[in-house]
Design a protein around this ligand. Structure first.
Ligand SMILES: Cc1cc2nc3c(=O)[nH]c(=O)nc-3n(C[C@H](O)[C@H](O)[C@H](O)COP(=O)(O)OP(=O)(O)OC[C@H]3O[C@@H](n4cnc5c(N)ncnc54)[C@H](O)[C@@H]3O)c2cc1C
Length: 455
């Protein structure tokens, strides 16, 4: 296979990227897949091929299920560029990446962006204190190296991943001091109309109920419907306070893991100039694609959680469907029965999504900080109060906050603060987030060093 122009270049070795690679190879397309991680698997199956048996047992069957896809991908004949940090994707199919301190380029007749999701920011007072981190980040440590907290841990927020991590920690013997659930009571009512549809995805519902009952069996204190969260500490986290059933509660914490769902990692699709729209159900930006994931009239496609949060199984199916569409564009005859079967499978995996979106919709107070001192842009230390002040001075959208106070101009390129900045400005302007817009994302979307360009 020539490096000059592969049929398909894929960014991301998660379920979407790996499945797309397998499908494309089955059509005899040449495939190059890049991922910044050293191993395939993406978020859910991180490290699946080298994790020791006892860790796989702790992480559970859904994790173990990734082994066959990773192995199929490994045997597919796709070229896997490991440790390749993609910093630019061009409309002409060129993909720039840094690997081992050197910037290099591959090119594809088509490019599939399968860059997955990231944790939604949780900007509450004290969230930048040492000892506070994302539950997803803690799970990465567990999957990657088996690292466990060295004392009782407090988990706070909402969403399936929070409960999954609690369950995995309990299986690993880690102590959980408390789980503070911010799912509002009103969310249960909002989710009700979607309950019937969710029953079609009953397997996922059963899994969720099992996680809850495991917490109960282990006697973990669970505070449901918690609000007004604030983290306190001098040099590092010391406590979490919140309101629960009308009472003020304060619990000590030396390690606090926050989580309120995941959102698509759209930096790459934004950087190509593609159109995005605000999704009011998932409260985030989604790239505008055709049903197969194609961005406008380009040769670029998006699949998996970077297109919309759909979960691992639906991500894999989307990857396969995108590969079929790309194959067809390259003149390969595609088995229509296979495509129809994949579409049916995708539907089946999607039944539960509206229910999850409604039930685990993060509350306004945990997304749009009222406390003016809460840091929003962590790289440049810009606070919620400063952003609202910019609006008073005439700032209309996230892009302009850069000129006002370097908001979003740090190493993460606004990846971490972008959604919060959009929503703060929208609220301050009494405008819709879609009207306020997002940062103009330009390459490099990941930090690169000048030395990376030295031949
Ligand atoms: C921290 C975290 C933990 C999660 N854990 C679970 C779990 O345990 N169980 C579960 O059911 N769901 C979990 N999810 C949700 C799960 O990730 C998705 O449903 C599923 O993995 C999506 O698959 P994907 O292929 O779209 O993306 P992902 O699996 O996220 O894969 C995307 C891949 O793209 C790579 N990538 C991204 N940007 C670049 C770049 N610029 N250059 C090179 N490579 C890049 C990443 O390294 C990653 O390997 C988790 C999500 C997150 C954010």
């Amino acid at each position: 296979m020539s490096d000059a122009m592969a049929d398909l270049v894929i960014v991301g070795a998660g379920p979407a990227g790996m499945a797309a690679a397998c499908e494309a190879r089955a059509l005899d397309l040449s495939v190059v897949l890049l991922d910044e991680q050293a191993a395939s698997g993406g978020q859910i199956y991180r490290n699946i091929e080298s994790a020791p048996a006892d860790r796989v047992e702790i992480l559970g069957k859904d994790y173990e299920a990734g082994r066959s896809l990773a192995s199929d991908f490994g045997n597919s004949g796709a070229r896997h560029l490991r440790g390749a940090v993609v910093w630019n994707v061009g409309l002409d199919g060129t993909v720039d990446y840094v690997e081992s301190g050197r910037s290099q380029q591959v090119a594809g007749k088509h490019v599939l962006l399968a860059s997955g999701a990231m944790e939604r920011p949780f900007p509450i007072p004290g969230w930048t204190l040492p000892g506070v981190m994302g539950a997803g980040a803690a799970q990465i440590l567990l999957k990657g190296s088996g690292a466990l907290p060295n004392g009782p841990v407090v988990l706070a927020g909402c969403g399936p991943l929070l409960y999954l991590l609690a369950w995995q920690y309990l299986r690993a013997g880690a102590a959980i001091a408390a789980l503070v659930d911010t799912t509002a009571r009103s969310a249960h009512l909002r989710a009700m109309p979607h309950a019937l549809g969710a029953l079609k995805g009953w397997r996922d519902l059963v899994k969720g109920l099992n996680l809850l009952s495991a917490l109960r069996r282990h006697g973990v204190p669970v505070f449901t419907g918690a609000s007004s969260l604030a983290i306190a500490g001098e040099k590092r986290v010391e406590s979490l306070s919140f309101r629960h059933r009308g009472q003020a509660v304060r619990i000590p914490a030396s390690l606090l893991l926050l989580h309120q769902g995941i959102v698509p990692n759209t930096q790459l699709s934004w950087s190509t100039g593609a159109k995005h729209r605000w999704d009011a159900d998932q409260l985030c930006w989604l790239p505008d694609t055709d049903p197969w994931g194609r961005l406008g009239e380009t040769t670029l496609y998006v699949a998996g959680d970077s297109r919309a949060i759909v979960g691992a199984q639906a991500s894999a199916v989307q990857g396969r469907l995108a590969a079929l569409a790309i194959g067809e564009r390259l003149g390969v005859t595609v088995d229509t029965a296979r495509r129809a079967a994949l579409q049916t499978e995708l539907k089946r995996h999607s039944h539960i999504r509206p229910f999850l979106n409604a039930l685990y919709r993060p509350t306004d107070e945990n997304r749009i900080p009222q406390d003016p001192g809460v840091v929003v842009c962590r790289c440049e230390e810009v606070t919620a109060g400063q952003i609202r002040r910019y609006v008073e001075l005439g700032c209309l959208g996230p892009n302009q906050t850069k000129a006002f106070g370097r908001c979003g101009m740090g190493p993460c390129q606004g990846r971490f603060c972008g959604l919060t900045v959009t929503e703060i400005i929208a609220r301050a302007r009494s405008a819709a987030p879609g009207e306020v817009g997002y940062y103009r994302i330009r390459p490099p979307i990941k930090p690169v060093m000048l030395g990376d360009f030295v031949p």
